[in-house]
Design a protein around this ligand. Sequence first.
Ligand code: PRX
Length: 654
Amino acid sequence: MGSSEQGEHAIHMMSTEEERRYPPSAEFAAQANAKADIYERDFDEFWETEGRTRVSWFEPFNKLYEWEMPYSKWYLGGKLNVCYNCVDRHVESGAGDKVAFYWEGELEDTRRTVTYANLQSEVVRFANVLKSLGVKKGTPVAIYLGMIPELPVAMLACARLGAPHCVIFGGFSAEALADRASDFEAEILITQDEGYRRGKPLALKKIADEAAANTPSVQKVLVVSHSGGDVAWNEGTDIRYDDLAKDASSDPASCPCEPMDSEDLLFLMYTSGTTAKPKGIIHTTAGYLVGAATTHYYIFDLKADSDVYFCTADIGWITGHSYILYGPLANQATSVIFEGTPDFPDKDRWWDICERYGVTILYTAPTAIRSHMKWGPEYAQKHDLSKIRLLGSVGEPINPEAWIWYRDHIGGGKAPVVDTWWQTETGSILITPLPGITTLKPGSASKPFPGIDAAVYDESSNEVGPGGGGYLVLRKPWPSMLRGIHNDPNRFLSNYWSLFPGNYAAGDGARIDEDGDFWLLGRVDDVMNVSGHRISTIEIESALVDHPLVAEAAVCGRADEITGQAIVAFVTLKGGAKGSDDVIKELRAHVGKKIGPIARPATVVITQELPKTRSGKIMRRLLRDVAENRALGDTTTLADPNVLAEIQRQAQAK
Ligand code: PRX
């Protein structure tokens, strides 16, 4: 990033001006949690007051923050526990009978209603089981579970004990799981027998076994029963959760919430960067919780007494951590947690869920909205969605057509759509409309959240004014910001802080309009965004060259109508072999095995050579042009111009 090559990439994505405007209705504005004066609040006052209001402290903090570039600390001197804030305090204040979440299984008629009191009992029981396995404050616990009730329970149990967790998304392969669990030095791995995917069992334990065998730090594998299917058993390492749970106490007094320091590690979340190795993003206790709870309260306008909130993300990603688990539970929300996919058994599954539970707030991703657009509005029309009063979008820029469709067909032509920009690293939403205040523009994430100092810079670190474009930066720290990359302080510095010294570089291009509204333009580094998942081109390239047939590989993204971006791999084979459809199939499967199905290239182009500069550097910019089927950019530095003509011919044959 920062090179002219990537600058060009950002400029390519500039969209034309979108003219439609949607001011908030007087009715919505009158009842909104955030009123216009929120933007006038002073930075220190905002985070200080929110810190005291949204969170209960065992010991109050005595200093708001410390900032020694690039490290910040927040709420210094404070003691608290995240599980206490998300569960126990609600039961203590008399809300034990309130529903924390409705769990909807993928198979029909597998449903559970979990109140805050139920949640407390389950979390305490789970924590006691972990304790009996030797887990205590500081023990790293890896979690490889699908969207079952035990996933939030396990995370909260870790938080209760002060044991940092690392959830690895159920779609990752054994190798990807082992890489992450090893880097984290996990001592316990929690998994389940099987999950479900469109009605078929998904062998999670089998994958976890393979990963555990390659993760020397893992001593025990704790297996939750979900499908009840037969799974292989490793005596000595495997432990059935049910066997220990039946004798474990669910009395909160048997396992009190561990008082944690504000800056104690809460969890790691791995995300893809610009090298083959994923980054373990560090999030700590107090700042993260304040960030998640505060943004959730104002941006989703949460009314704990009447709203039913449904975020369709997977808890295995940051969106699920902040906006299914920690933010909503801290705010005593009633949520829906759904195990399955939107089109099983039919394409109206989400709308059926929204109708049945009376969902009022829905948070999803543009890629899902575009799939629903393709399937047609008739699926939503079959259901009563009249309770929906607010819609959210996250994960990638939302195209105005999808935005309008979402508002019209899901939001009854009136629900505000909040397009929320943030990242694994930011912990919580940083750029967003506020639904009772902002005049919405389809496709714009609008303004920095109060207490956030975001700007757009050109390549020489000058702030661009209204009408300009460049790189998104954050100029001041914020409570839920990452505290670094696990085991890699140098990468933390070089990746985020060296490009615009003193500022955090997000890796996204952005444009700022005449009103000061931000329009996000996509990544400006070698990271793709496929269905809202961040995937590194280089991670896929190294998976490809790991295959014995492959000599070289270059990967890039091309625009895709549904998934935002699709992965294109250009590959040369050893000995100049020509390849075949079977080889292509095998290479795709190999990437699936190395990383997971989400990383499988949509297109593989086998070619005799890759375009390189005279010094041997692969010119990805030109491959992007080929993948997008557009005119080639500057080719003067190319060592052999004939190579490209051949690649174009191969790509067009696909
Ligand atoms: O490129 C931006 C895009 O997703 C990246 C962050 O990905 P991840 O860490 O996986 O977190 C996804 C969920 C927060 C960003 O760098 N992105 C996310 N939300 C938006 C977005 N791009 C444009 N508009 C958004 N609302």
